[in-house]
Design a binder for this molecule. Structure first.
Ligand SMILES: [Zn+2]
Ligand SMILES: [Zn+2]
Length: 103
């Protein structure tokens, strides 16, 4: 067993680039184990051709992950499609507006 490695059964074409990033949580299972991965398009001996890194939950593989709210410390975001913004459900803090600030 690899020490410190995340015990998520990832498909072969997903590679972990960063183990457990502090301050992030999963919006689905509320786990704090969020990892950064890349999707490998082509494996070659000269190096893999991969996607840009993205974040997933190491417990449930959800991509509904993000930074904990700076106000209340909880990750529970709600998207308001009418106003095109994402806000924190427990405290109401607006986290993104028009996709300029990305959390
Ligand atoms: Zn999760
Ligand atoms: Zn909040």
């Amino acid at each position: 067993m690899k020490s410190g490695a995340t015990t998520l059964n990832l498909p072969d074409n997903i590679k972990i680039v960063r183990d457990e990033i502090p301050g992030l949580s999963c919006g689905d299972c509320k786990s704090h184990k969020v990892i950064q991965v890349v999707f490998i398009f082509i494996k070659s001996k000269f190096g893999d051709i991969t996607s840009d890194p993205f974040l997933i939950c190491a417990s449930c593989a959800s991509q509904n992950v993000g930074r904990n709210c700076p106000e209340c410390g909880i990750f529970n975001r709600v998207k308001d499609d009418k106003r095109d913004e994402v806000y924190c459900k427990p405290c109401g803090l607006v986290l993104t507006r028009n996709k300029i600030i990305q959390y």
